[in-house]
Design a protein around this ligand. Structure first.
Ligand SMILES: Cc1ncc(COP(=O)(O)O)c(C=O)c1O
Length: 285
């Protein structure tokens, strides 16, 4: 695998060595934390579900009133170029669009676009087999439908998370569950219905794929979930591009189900891995 100093990035209109990618301090991302991004998993040179990620990236930009300096086709060409240059077997492609170099430190100017590609490590088989404990926190993201660069709450809670011996934080405002700082939430009811929150979430691409896969085998519901229901669930799991499906075995002090990863969570993970592998081999042909 090439070391990071051999990697290339897209920086304000140019492909440059990653070590040279930079922004001026006047950028609104630095000054006010204003910007959006998206993150695509690239396996064996195949950017998985790219259309979905591009749709979400353009939508995030539009909702934050930021205009992308590249067309969709140009963006796809840059992504293909970076994949070709970097030759990483398993990677994350991050597209970041910032508020631009602001004259008064508040008003957005021409948005700046950066794209990086870095090696990615997915959760180990041991991690999946063990599942993870999580804590809850009374919070809802500011603009949940947008993938903004602002992860202040999740980052600020890292110390509390560590002290509580948990590995993720589930946001629930007034008892209604939304999502994790970087993942979506699912539960499986005692009658094997797969449920995920409907509101106040980023619509994860993995969430979308898992809902489709779950629909082939089980009943699915997209609706409000209260914390009490989580504690009585048969299974819980989280989904994201970098984690795929990770079983949850404890929420605060309460064990979920038997306190071990549930059968349905693991079945859906297998289905998701197969879907990704199918896509990679179809692209290789
Ligand atoms: C707030 C939030 N929710 C959910 C997700 C999961 O989305 P995806 O499955 O597209 O990675 C992310 C991804 O980073 C996120 O930032």
């Amino acid at each position: 695998m090439p070391s990071n100093d051999k990697l290339f990035a897209y920086n304000l209109g140019q492909i440059v060595p990653l070590s040279e990618a930079r922004l001026h301090v006047s950028d609104l991302s630095v000054q006010r934390g204003y910007g959006v991004f998206d993150f695509v998993k690239v396996q064996q040179g195949c950017p998985l579900f790219l259309d979905d990620y591009l749709n979400r990236f353009f939508q995030s930009a539009q909702l934050m009133h930021l205009e992308l300096p590249l067309s969709r086709e140009e963006l796809q060409q840059v992504i293909a170029k970076l994949i070709d240059l970097n030759q990483l077997p398993e990677a994350g492609m991050k597209m970041i669009l910032t508020g631009g170099y602001s004259e008064d430190g508040f008003t957005p100017m021409n948005p700046n676009l950066l794209i990086t590609q870095l090696p990615l490590t997915l959760p180990s088989a041991e991690k999946v087999a063990k599942g993870i404990p999580i804590m809850t926190h009374d919070y809802v993201r500011e603009v949940p439908e947008v993938k903004t660069i602002n992860y202040s709450m999740g980052i600020r809670l890292l110390q509390e998370q560590k002290a509580s011996g948990t590995e993720e934080v589930l946001y629930a405002k007034n008892g209604v569950v939304s999502e994790f700082p970087r993942c979506n939430f699912f539960l499986v009811t005692q009658d094997n219905t797969v449920v995920t929150p409907a509101k106040n979430i980023l619509k994860g691409i993995t969430r979308k794929n898992v809902l489709t896969l779950a629909g082939h085998r089980y009943k699915t519901e997209v609706r409000d979930i209260r914390l009490e229901e989580v504690l009585q669930a048969k299974e819980c799991f989280l989904t994201s591009t970098t984690k795929r499906i990770l079983p949850i075995v404890r929420v605060d002090d309460v064990l979920i189900g038997t306190g071990t990863p549930g059968k349905i969570s693991l079945q859906l993970l297998q289905d998701l891995v197969e879907l990704e592998e199918k896509m990679v081999s179809a692209t290789a042909k």
